[in-house]
Design a binder for this molecule. Sequence first.
Ligand SMILES: Nc1ncnc2c1ncn2[C@@H]1O[C@H](COP(=O)(O)OP(=O)(O)O)[C@@H](O)[C@H]1O
Ligand SMILES: [Mg+2]
Length: 306
Amino acid sequence: MSMPAPRTGRARERVLTMRGIGKHFGAVKALSGVDFWVDEGEVVALVGDNGAGKSTLVKVLSGVHAPDAGTIEFDGEAVEIHTPADAQELGIATVFQDLALCDNLDVVANLWLGRELVAEGMLDEVGMEERTWTLLRELSAKVPSVRIPVASLSGGQRQTVAIARSLIGDPRVIILDEPTAALGVAQTAELLNLIERLRERGHGVVLISHNMADVMAVADRVVVLRLGRNNGEYNVADITSETLIAAITGATDITMRQMVQDAARKHPAPLPETVADDTPAGIIRLADGRPKDGRGRRAPRGRDES
Ligand SMILES: Nc1ncnc2c1ncn2[C@@H]1O[C@H](COP(=O)(O)OP(=O)(O)O)[C@@H](O)[C@H]1O
Ligand SMILES: [Mg+2]
């Protein structure tokens, strides 16, 4: 696989390399021979249709699923990721779509849950709160208070808290599964800003997204999966979202035909002039003499017209 030049022009360290990853669930081959890598300080979008294998690939990285084939290197060393704890120890943090926040706990408690700071045998509440504010400021995050239950925050703020929590262990790679799926326009813009902050901090960011506008706005590189295999890898600066959609669906010609059909459906041509004759009811005859059925479709002329 060729390696596209980074957008920033700065040489970047390869953090993570997956090669030839395979995974099946019974008879379903979820992944076959998938290659994927992440550099520090880049945003890689992972895109593909439903069932393409995105979540499975991410779950292999986060220690949820063991792959049946392939290798993983982290900082140039071969590694095996058997459990989520292994992934965390290596420095791979995943923010799953459900966020897994404790709604009744405040922002500080959510960030430090299970990794609480202790000073003189007591919880270091002041230290945790200070570090929480520092982190949120670094992310330019707009959270009104860190001492309110996360249940009272907006969707975008909750997403921010989940991302901030993933940063507590100072991971090298952060995986975000569909982070904008439930967000409105303004919150999405804020989240995309936050992803840029993560890149500036030098994290490698893996962004799973269905939203091509988000991908085009924030990613440096896009990896397309289709039916469990690699189906293209692009520098975002070099492509349009149409190219991406073609790679996701797997066929440029079919995509183009679909777009033409959609346009025709949205902007129907005026009714063609009809010619009075003895055509049976339900059939109108077009000016060119070919009959048209009751649903407005032109009767086929020959086998090659479709
Ligand atoms: N735990 C599982 N058990 C059985 N089949 C699964 C499991 N997880 C995923 N699959 C199957 O693997 C394929 C890839 O799924 P997935 O990785 O979730 O795709 P994506 O996230 O791109 O939508 C699909 O056919 C899906 O049904
Ligand atoms: Mg998925």
